[in-house]
Design a protein around this ligand. Structure first.
Ligand code: GUN
Length: 294
């Protein structure tokens, strides 16, 4: 069993990005600048956004964190987005999800200038991604592709089963794994809550990508020997014995499934750090494109 070490790989990618930033500085050009908008004070979102800002510092990017109260109106948030769209200092920005219930998420994502949409959630980017055109690939799927590629996991002609059809992970992942290119060319099955006999399908999988949000859902009796496992889950499970009062669990019962795996991502330290590294990569791409989307 080989661990797909997202912590190490993301550090390698951040080092590569830092080299590019130094070259940008040497040429006397503007360094990339990422902004993040956080509405409300959801604990997990605060943690993720904090990590994104720290990662910017680590690679030499500028960053701006815009924190808005939970009660922020949709109109106010749309105004903030419009300001970021028009601010030439900002190369890319994200609006951290989920948003409070009174705000229409679709309206917010549509308001983001696709050339600055480093999360790749705008329909223009999603459509371009699906058509294999230059776009911003959503950071989590992009990170998974990078992990598979850098560990030289064979995906060509393999049966990849994706569990979960979210717009952020499952759906784009299923598209990307079926495309041409490195870490792709798979035969893909996308499964979801209405899928019948899921374990019959997962038992036929060479690669399983689980993005469900149900702690330790995937068990050893659902997979075949030598399977490749990518675990996207990060659930906070209450545990009073821990200083924070919770432990982080993935969607995979790691101890039992890892024994049958050829490659597996740990949680934490697998997909999570890769997401942040690829958000930085997308911001660097946005800077290099200079607002001109090809
Ligand atoms: N919430 C969970 N994952 C993400 C992400 O990748 N981007 C944003 N903006 N919000 C998220």
């Amino acid at each position: 069993m080989i661990l797909l070490d997202g912590k190490k790989t993301s550090n390698d990618i951040k080092d590569e990005i830092a080299v590019s930033v130094n070259e940008i500085k040497k040429r006397g050009e503007k360094v990339p600048h990422l902004a993040a908008v956080l509405v409300g004070n959801d604990g997990a979102s605060l943690t993720y956004v904090g990590s994104k800002v720290r990662a910017c510092e680590r690679v030499g990017f500028n960053s701006t964190l815009i924190e808005l109260p939970e009660t922020t109106s949709e109109e106010r948030l749309l105004k903030t987005i419009n300001d970021l769209n028009n601010n030439n200092e900002i190369d890319g920005f994200i609006v951290q999800l989920p948003l409070p219930k009174h705000i229409n998420e679709e309206k917010v994502l549509l308001a983001i200038n696709p050339n600055k949409d480093v999360d790749g959630f705008h329909p223009e980017n999603f459509g371009k991604m699906a058509l294999e055109m230059d776009s911003f690939i959503p950071a989590t799927p992009f990170g998974i592709l990078q992990l598979l590629e850098r560990y030289q996991v064979e995906t060509k002609g393999k049966h990849t089963v994706v569990i979960g059809r979210s717009h952020i992970v499952g759906r784009p992942m299923s598209i990307l794994m079926s495309q041409k290119g490195p870490a792709a060319n798979s035969t893909v099955t996308l499964t979801h809550s209405y899928t019948k006999n899921l374990s019959q399908i997962t038992k036929q999988a060479d690669i399983i990508i689980v993005a469900l949000g149900i702690p330790e859902y995937l068990k050893a009796d659902m997979v075949k020997d030598n399977v490749v496992i990518v675990d996207v889950g990060i659930s906070r499970v209450p545990d009073e014995s821990k200083p924070k009062g919770y432990v982080i669990k993935g969607d995979v019962a790691f101890d039992e499934v890892s024994k049958k795996s050829s490659f597996i991502t740990p949680v934490p330290g697998g997909v999570g750090p890769m997401t942040i590294a690829m958000l930085l990569k997308n911001t660097l791409i946005a800077r290099e494109r200079g607002g001109n989307h090809s």
